[in-house]
Design a binder for this molecule. Structure first.
Ligand code: MCN
Length: 719
């Protein structure tokens, strides 16, 4: 009975597609008060709450920050409670907020200059952190270089735009606080709330994750609203419910990306990349230290990954974390890795254009042959990968799309082809947990400490347990998203859940099997090593007697044993998924960009469920395409958001989705029990540079900023 590797439909779906699933919005405990947040209408201002009393609370007082300076538009500053959600809004309208507007700064390069306006009046500098990422000898490399290319590449700010906005429901029963949250980690929220509520006499918090309508990294953090809502339940003794509108979500949920790289790259005349140097400006948004500190790592990761899969060791990048009066930046699908891959894949193409070498050859010239725990000069370790082999595999696909491009050009279309060779690290630790148990009656429950929210990991966990326990998947139920189900756990993000969480399920299932073998031997009066196991039955070779899982489960409690095992899988490093993506585009006269072909060749080791993995590639590629040609957050010079709804922020629909041809290469393996690597982010990482490279090929001009839309093309003089 093989389950790992099979394309099985998601066990999560029947509920989701028949409207049976419960989301935070569906949960209203009796007696609930609805919370409505009053948000700053200025990007930078001192504020005073004039008549906020009774059912109106100051957020900074609730949070204990006592701060009266708003640093981004949409920052929650007060909250109003009412048993009717609409009345809560009406009352919020009556609360007078007196603003004294201060100069706002939105441009990170401006903000980084000495003497610039400050994003907060207490700051001496908007540059909150600076770090040099370097290896080798850059100056020497540039002396040897025969061609130097340079420019400013903008990886613009995006809004993660999960289908379901953020929300939460808190209920305090005088002893324990239960919090239903649209989150990517019930355990992170639990730990954060327990730390916060300790001073209010609450030391037991249960967090439940109902069905979640997507997150993409933006629901990893515990937000000010979460803390406020939880505390308000303790203060009022009533359940409190809060749910963002779309616009509230677009201005207050962390945004993603927003990195600018000023680069120079030195090549030999044959196209060998010798060195890269530059400055990476990372606009981390509003000065909120706890958030900024965590985010900064995304920029150092981007800088560390700038050598991609190429054999170049001379790098010097100064990374600047810059505060502005914009929504704070947090992780968004890839979190630093898309930016790093974007920069190097664009540098490769710009270099190729300048040197008159084709984009495929320049990668053949520079790619490392293979990796086997290869640590780069910038201290990124690639566990395994066969890069030159992937280029060989990709060549016929590339040539086929090239042929199509020529056909399109013969028909007068402005067609272009682009590729990308993304490097990634994923499946981060430090650990993930699982518990597996056989219930009386023989059914199996798998409990995970991770918090999947749309990826289908529950199905993959069932496949893994079914394979180890050799039982039909129908006999397995998978549970997650409740801190009362298992002692500890982590999160779902960073393409880690099937690899790290799945390893925990695998190990727990194996240990349970061993425990059951001992019990079966006792019941059969046999020696442990004479008991074999297959397809739900233990068999004594000697007496030829057997006992089923069900019989074992039914009698085990009487023997003083419960059939359950927990396991924490400690992930020592991370995995390194990679791939090669090729896009064929046509730039229409109207400025519209059509993706006429898209091939994704990915190596993520062992694929647990190809249907699920391919789904991730389709979704990820669409998000990557959207960054290339559609999405962009715009602020005016005062920090007012110009793109805070879906009529102004160009989110893609399935219409813009390319027809992706996906091939899993499985050339390498990770050092985990299953051998898988993550796939959740690879599509998003690969698609953006592939599409921009293709547009560049189509128009024959270098592109430095995204999205490449009609306006960009007009400014380039293409339209
Ligand atoms: N898979 C597989 N074999 C592999 C790798 C993955 O079968 N070798 C399958 C897994 O079983 C799982 C899916 O592919 O169903 C993704 O697995 P994995 O790569 O481990 O990623 P995670 O489950 O940890 O998901 C996180 C990833 C990230 S980082 C973002 S961002 C993202 C994404 O998932 N956010 C999503 N996909 C999303 N999908 C939905 N619907 N909503 C989001 O918020």
């Amino acid at each position: 009975m093989r389950y790992i590797g099979k394309a099985i439909k998601r066990i999560e779906d029947p509920q989701l597609i028949t409207g049976g699933a419960n989301y935070v919005y569906d949960i209203t405990p009796p007696g609930s008060l609805h919370a409505y947040f009053i948000r700053s209408q200025f990007a930078h201002a001192k504020f005073k709450l004039k008549n906020c009393s009774g059912n109106c609370y100051s957020v900074s007082e609730l949070l204990g920050t006592k701060d009266d300076e708003a640093v981004y538009f949409g920052q929650p500053i007060a909250v109003v409670l009412n048993k009717d959600p609409y009345a809560a809004r009406d009352e919020a309208e009556k609360v007078e907020v007196e603003y004294t507007s201060l100069d706002a700064v939105t441009d990170p390069i401006e903000a980084s200059k000495n003497g610039s306006r400050k994003s907060k009046s207490t700051l001496n500098s908007n540059v909150f952190k600076r770090e040099e990422v370097s290896s080798g000898d850059v100056d020497e490399a540039f002396r040897r270089a025969e061609k130097i290319v340079s420019g400013r590449l903008v990886n613009q700010r995006l809004i993660p735009s999960a289908m379901e906005p953020r929300g939460g429901v808190a209920r305090y029963d005088g002893r324990k606080l239960t919090y239903w949250s649209s989150t990517q980690s019930v355990f992170f929220v639990k730990k954060d709330l327990e730390r916060f509520l300790k001073n209010y006499g609450v030391n037991d918090v249960r967090v439940i994750q109902p069905s979640v309508g997507g997150a993409f990294g933006s629901k990893l953090m515990t937000y000010p609203e979460d803390f406020a809502v939880a505390l308000l339940s303790v203060i009022t003794g009533k359940p409190i419910k809060w749910f963002n509108t779309r616009t509230e979500d677009m201005v207050s949920t962390t945004h993603g990306r927003d990195m600018i790289l000023d680069f120079s790259a030195g090549f030999t005349s044959e196209g060998k990349l010798l060195g890269i140097k530059g400055t990476l400006y990372f606009n981390v948004g509003a000065p909120i230290r706890e958030v900024n500190e965590g985010s900064f790592e995304m920029a150092t990761t981007a800088a560390q990954m700038i050598t991609g899969h190429y054999d170049v060791n001379n790098v010097k990048i100064e990374v600047l974390g810059v505060n502005t009066n914009t929504t704070p930046i947090g992780p968004y699908r890839g979190a630093g890795r898309p930016e790093g891959s974007y920069f190097i894949e664009r540098i490769m193409n710009i270099g190729a254009m300048e040197l008159n070498i084709d984009q495929f050859s320049i990668r053949e010239i520079n790619a490392i042959k293979e990796a086997n725990y290869l640590t780069t000069g910038l201290r990124i370790t690639h566990d395994s990968g066969k890069y030159q082999e992937v280029l060989k595999i990709a060549k016929p696909y590339f040539e086929e799309l090239l042929k199509k491009k020529d056909e399109l050009r013969l028909r007068g279309e402005r067609a272009g082809i682009g590729m990308s060779f993304p490097a990634e690290i994923a499946s981060f630790g430090p650990y993930e947990t699982a518990k597996v148990r056989v219930l009386p009656g023989g059914k199996v429950q798998v409990i995970s400490g991770s918090s999947p929210h749309g990826q289908g990991d529950g199905t993959a966990f069932a496949q893994i347990a079914a394979e180890v326990l050799q039982i039909p998947m129908e006999d397995i139920e998978v549970l997650w998203g409740d801190t009362d189900l298992i002692a500890d756990g982590q999160y779902t993000a960073g393409s880690r859940t099937v690899t790290v969480g799945g390893s925990a399920v695998y190990e727990a299932s194996n240990r349970l099997l061993e425990k059951m073998r001992r019990l079966a031997a006792e019941r059969l009066g046999a020696k442990i090593d004479e008991v074999t196991y297959a397809n739900g039955k233990f068999f004594d070779e000697k007496s030829k007697k057997e006992i089923s899982l069900k019989e074992l489960a039914d009698g085990s409690a009487l023997m003083g044993v419960l059939l359950e095992e927990s396991y924490s899988y400690v992930q020592k490093m991370y995995t390194s998924p990679y791939g090669l993506h090729i896009a064929l585009v046509v730039v229409k006269e109207t400025g519209e960009i059509k993706i006429e072909g898209y091939v994704a060749l990915d190596d993520v080791g062992v694929v647990v469920n190809p249907l699920l993995a391919e789904g991730q590639v389709h979704g990820g590629v669409l998000q990557g395409v959207a960054q290339a040609i559609l999405e962009e957050v715009i602020y005016d010079e005062n920090g007012n958001p110009m793109t805070a709804d879906f009529s102004t922020y160009a989110l893609p629909t399935s219409v813009e989705g390319p027809n992706v041809v996906w091939k899993s290469l499985s050339l390498s393996k990770s050092d985990t029990p299953i051998g898988s690597k993550g796939i959740g982010e690879l599509g998003a990482i690969a698609a953006t540079p592939a599409v921009v490279n293709a547009i560049e090929d189509a128009i024959g001009q270098k592109i430095y900023r995204m999205p490449v839309n009609g306006q960009t093309l007009f400014h380039l003089g293409v339209l």
